[in-house]
Design a protein around this ligand. Sequence first.
Ligand code: BGC
Length: 755
Amino acid sequence: MTAIDVENVLSQLTLDEKAALATGTGFWSTTPVERLGVPAITMSDGPHGVRRQPEGDHLGIGGSYPATCFPPATALGSSWDPELVAKVGEALGKEARALDVQVLLGPGINIKRSPLCGRNFEYLSEDPRVAGELGAALIEGVQSQGVGTSLKHFAANNQETDRLRVSADVDERTLREIYLPGFERAVKQAKPDTVMCSYNRINGVYASENHWLLTEVLRDEWGFDGLVVSDWGAVNDRAAGVAAGLDLEMPGSGEVGPATVVAAVNDGSLPIEALDAAVRNVLRLVAAHADDVLGGTPEVPAELAEANHALAREVAARCAVLLKNDGDILPIDPAASIAVIGEFARTPRYQGAGSSQIVPTHLDSALDELQRLSTGSVTFAAGYAVADGDGGGALRAEAVEAARRADVAVVFLGLPASAESEGYDRTHIDLPAKQIAVLNAVADANENVVVVLSNGSAVRVSDWDARARGILEGWLLGQAGGGAIADLLFGLANPSGRLAETIPVRLEDTSSYLSFPGAFGHVEYTEGVFVGYRWFDARGLPVSYPFGHGLSYTSFAYSNLRTSVRGADEQLEIDVTVTVANTGARDGREVAQVYVAAPSAQVQRPEHELRGFAPVELAAGESREVTFTLGYRDLAYFHPRLKRWFVESGTVGIHVGRSSRDLPLSAEVDVQVAQPVAPLDQDSTIGDWMAHPRGAQVLATVMQQAAGGSEMVGMMSDPGALEMVKSMPLSRIGRFPGIALPDGALDALLAQANG
Ligand code: BGC
């Protein structure tokens, strides 16, 4: 194929062709321009497998070509391991090529604002650092194979309720500190070919027509130079979208989108330059992938499918989180007699519902794999029926009987597929009562109970936790999850997953409990930056299992924390070095975590925030130094008035350890940085004027010139009274007897002060 000369093609396109290129064709393709040699390229979901559908199909009707179903994001997020996630990305890239897909629609990195979000299984974490680093790794992996990605859903798409209309009402500081930094990191580090704008509004403006978001932040600030695509059906006003920086409408809207664009260009409301910019981005994307288009029947070759199934098993074993292991009940001796209880052991729940649903190439069940690996005996009892109806006493009695005769009972519990899906949210976080009833009955019969969970987002464990000696949080582990669970239960793999979302004691304790999912078209993010552990830790609330938590079959110790500071102001860097040791008898993987407690600030800040993490693979007895480098941004908050990242001088606390609630080592670093000064305005108080370097002098002059007997001047020289006066705006005091600033005088003073 000959290369596409983007500028040359652009110069030859008619207005109609340009408008047509700015929308897709059908569900999954860009629009070709045959006379100029511009082919169509194909996009497919994503994100944890390639969901290549025959054209004309969507949302599961008729399915898709088989592909490896890797662990969905909820599990991948728990790996805390960018290298592992990049490997998954590479494998996805290979399958995408085989399935003739040029752009994979993922990763999704929205923040898990509430455990109720029905789509949390497609998202990585409640923390932007984890979401951003792992999202970037997935992009790098996929794109290393010459396949594009689509970082989604940009932005503040944190619920499914009313997702196509709702306005996420979020202050800028919260957006900048919580909801945008994951995107920022992924864009800057991994340069995804495309970014997908979300369905929702942000502070009243649709993401698909949000110039601030799509152009000022994404392109001008972060340097994104790829293509912005709409989420499927996110376009409201196509011409407004083009003007805002939305390059490509998907799916194709036939004549509808193009007609609006042509009319807007013709009536002068849409500058042709804006349309050219969009079309240029479409052409650049097509040009980059035109040579990869295969044609023919898409298929993952058997050999690749086999290799990726094995990889999916290895990855799944790295994602499950060992929450609890009292008395080292795990791993189970393969020679033991085991009662495997619960329908999910036989019929795995391994992915979520909606546009990410993959038709897997294989499907392992934990029951089969446990039977294969066991050298003792494995009996099975379904215990409950996953679907409606309680399954009755008979299933429960069978489970109790099996448990009574076994050394250990492994009980599989989880959410039915209907509980969580794209398109709607959960209303509670409880497991089905009939499943808990089975657990209770089994635990009455056998004290050696291990629970294995299958769920896309946190479930309440506090009402049954005491009945199990071991709990393995399996999330949704993909098509090879059954094998991975067997590997972990028998100790062929050592658990190393860590919670990327807090498991609360109760839904009522979560930060968005009173403001999720909003009403009348608005959801107010009232908790601000206090999302996930930032909330629980600031409030000192008990949690069932904290963010970052995860056990291993070995043990780890931290020692010798050192810090050293380099550079100054915005170039400031702090190296944090710590020694991590495997103090147990098995090889294992620890995830070292560093949290920063910033100096006390004018705004409320979290107790501490995750600013780095590192998986460390250690043989039994081995130890290793790990170094994290913190930069200015890691200490900063987003100053809502200065509209920039801002560090206040003071003492920075640095805490290192294994979860947000288990940070055995701490250090303090004194940080002195230049303090940018907020400009004074009409509303600035006497206190603001006094704190402002030039403003203080201007104020002093005003006071000197005021009538000597002014009561105000007297108050200002009395330290006690001054405290009261400080909160009063100069504009008000300026009207007081003795001072009486004439009209316009304040403007002149402001000009002098602000310079
Ligand atoms: C989802 C996207 C997905 C798209 C295409 C939308 O409903 O929100 O995540 O990529 O459909 O299937």
